[in-house]
Design a protein around this ligand. Sequence first.
Ligand code: ADP
Ligand code: MG
Ligand code: MG
Length: 252
Amino acid sequence: APEFIIDGLKATVEGKEILKGLSLKIKGGEVHAVMGPNGTGKSTLASTIMGHPKYEVTEGSVSLNGEDVLEMAVDERARAGLFLAMQYPSEIAGVTNADFLRSAINARRGEGNEISLIKFIRQMEAKMKELEMNPEFMHRYLNEGFSGGEKKRNEILQMLMLEPSIVILDEIDSGLDIDALRIVATGVNAMRTEDRGFLIITHYQRLLNYIKPDFVHVMMQGRIVKSGGPELAERLENEGYDWIKEELGIVD
Ligand code: ADP
Ligand code: MG
Ligand code: MG
């Protein structure tokens, strides 16, 4: 089972320190939720793990199965089994969804082990059906003109097809209506096995009614300040974040 360890991570964006010593350990079979107020660095955490060039790591480490993730190029991170569904997925002009996915899958499988076109199409069709996606999305340019909900479903399609070992979902629930949320959650829950760990970043507890986390972490001002079980998310939903600030003496 995979083991993903973030230890004392500090990162800056345009010279400003956003992550201030964040530690988190995720094993296969576990679902971890990270919740926190807006602007606290949740998306920065996701982007830093995936190696976005704007985010500079100044201290700490990130490892997957003992391998140094921070030493890997962005595509190597994906190949090693890290998957990120972004809060704002980008459009890629001129590349169809099918082309994009097939090359991503082949990059992950490695040279000489490419998926056959027929098998790929069959798998893609089956997964799109599970997600109740219109088959025409296969041939649309990646994210171009997709609605918010369509983009999110498409990210989940990528996750289903790529079979990553660590999945990071950044506010996958934002902009989804209840039906789309249920479909997305069903897709995620179907992927919960001992071979895969999840980091679910969310501002709202609502998502966690559909994807039950094993651990809930509160992030504030660039670190994890409190950890617990699902009951912690419920308390945040009812009482907000102020009680944690008071408890920890955080002034903002
Ligand atoms: P959250 O996801 O918790 O809402 P973010 O990680 O998006 O928080 O943002 C944390 C802080 O880092 C904010 O003050 C934000 O303005 C800043 N920040 C994040 N990304 C960038 C960026 N690419 N350029 C400039 N500032 C950024
Ligand atoms: Mg935000
Ligand atoms: Mg964010």
